[in-house]
Design a protein around this ligand. Structure first.
Ligand code: ATP
Ligand code: MG
Ligand code: MG
Ligand code: MG
Length: 352
């Protein structure tokens, strides 16, 4: 009989819409001839308010993105759609907070069935840019200078704030990047060039997250590597992103034609190998499993490679970097989804 795959998408995050498109692409791959004999898709749509919808509603959102929101209820996550009890394996394709950060992974762990991707630790450490950078530093990976701060330092104490800004100016300088620690798709990120911009960006970032990171700005090419596997993961060819905007912000990421993906990236072979090696080290450093996309800065003038971040549930639409990197490495989208499911089963078996 077929394996019932619970496809979890939507979610309580700013990347809700991207998640739906990723899920649609994965559902198509699961319905492809090679997979449809093995897997039955059972979709679950998580509304923006956190309520889970199964059945017809989930099918409808998967097909057309038009959702009938169930507005009245305060999400009671213990009232799941009945079909959740019949799921053999979960495929969460949720991006950002409440999906990529270990929260859903904790719930799925409690359900005692396999699920695709990293567990609680890998997801949480991969989401929080402060924890992530601590793990990367420990693994000896090169990265930009940064400073970790909290919302309380920005908002609660008017005496601390000016000193904090002085310190950022002295240690990181301009331009620097202000980021909420636990987000994605560049939401809440600002590139700042002056004291006034810094103060405004810190205040804004604090509206998104309790934890904030400020990084020294680097002028570099942006390259990414895909990782696939559990304890013996593989690294893909390298992809490069090019764009005309100031940085790879939300608009550049999601407006058709604003960014180009170049696969494979035109890089010397030694640089490719170094990036692949670093991607695998980063994956191990956060305890990644299944999949991850690791983002780097390549400073061509000096040959320096700096790790930027890891994404444990990267964009998975048919045009996203992650599946395209594997397609160029010899693993089609259809095969990729199959391998991820097999890796989930392997990890579940080994963790017993
Ligand atoms: P994703 O959608 O990949 O999860 P994210 O929201 O986690 O993105 P980052 O990858 O940290 O955000 O940063 C987004 C973009 O901002 C980068 O791709 C790059 O263009 C720019 N950027 C971030 N940090 C720096 C930096 N320190 N120096 C230069 N550019 C940076
Ligand atoms: Mg990210
Ligand atoms: Mg992300
Ligand atoms: Mg990124």
């Amino acid at each position: 009989s077929k394996l019932r795959v619970g496809l979890l998408f939507g979610g309580r995050s700013g990347e809700h819409e991207v998640s739906i498109i990723s899920a649609r692409a994965i559902a198509n791959a699961l319905s492809a001839e090679a997979n449809s004999q093995k897997y039955e898709i059972v979709p679950f749509y998580i509304q923006k308010n956190g309520v889970w919808q199964g059945g017809e509603t989930a099918q409808q959102v998967l097909k057309s993105s038009e959702a009938t929101e169930n507005p009245a209820i305060t999400p009671n996550l213990w009232q799941f759609p009945a079909e959740t009890a019949e799921i053999d394996l979960w495929f969460p394709i949720l991006h950002g907070p409440n999906g990529e950060d270990g929260t859903i992974q904790g719930l799925l762990t409690l359900m005692q069935v396999p699920f695709v991707g990293s567990g609680v630790l890998g997801s949480a450490a991969g989401m929080d840019k402060i924890a992530m950078k601590t793990a990367f530093a420990q693994a000896g990976l090169s990265q930009v200078k940064y400073k970790a701060i909290t919302r309380a330092q920005i908002w609660s104490n008017p005496c601390i704030f000016p000193k904090l800004c002085d310190e950022i100016e002295a240690t990181l300088g301009y331009p620097c990047f202000v980021k909420p620690a636990n987000l994605g798709s560049s939401v809440g990120i600002a590139k700042v060039r002056s004291r006034q911009e810094l103060e405004a960006a810190l205040d804004n970032a604090a509206t998104y997250d309790r934890r904030i990171i400020v990084e020294a700005g680097v002028v570099a090419r942006e390259v990414e590597c895909a990782v696939l596997g559990n304890d013996n993961p593989k690294a893909s060819v390298i992809g490069e992103i090019t764009f005309d905007s100031d940085f790879y912000d939300y608009e550049t990421k999601y407006t058709e034609g604003k960014a180009d993906l170049l696969i494979p990236a035109p890089l010397p072979e030694t640089v490719v190998q170094q990036i692949q090696e670093m991607a695998l080290q980063a994956f191990a450093a956060v305890d990644g499993a299944g999949l991850a996309r690791v983002d780097f800065f390549y400073v061509e003038a000096t040959g320096e490679i700096l790790i930027n971040e890891i994404n444990t549930l990267p964009g998975f639409t048919s045009t996203s970097m992650y599946p395209q990197l594997w397609a160029n490495t010899g693993i089609s989208f259809t095969e990729l989804v199959d391998q991820l499911i097999q890796l989930a089963i392997e990890r579940h078996t080994n963790s017993k």
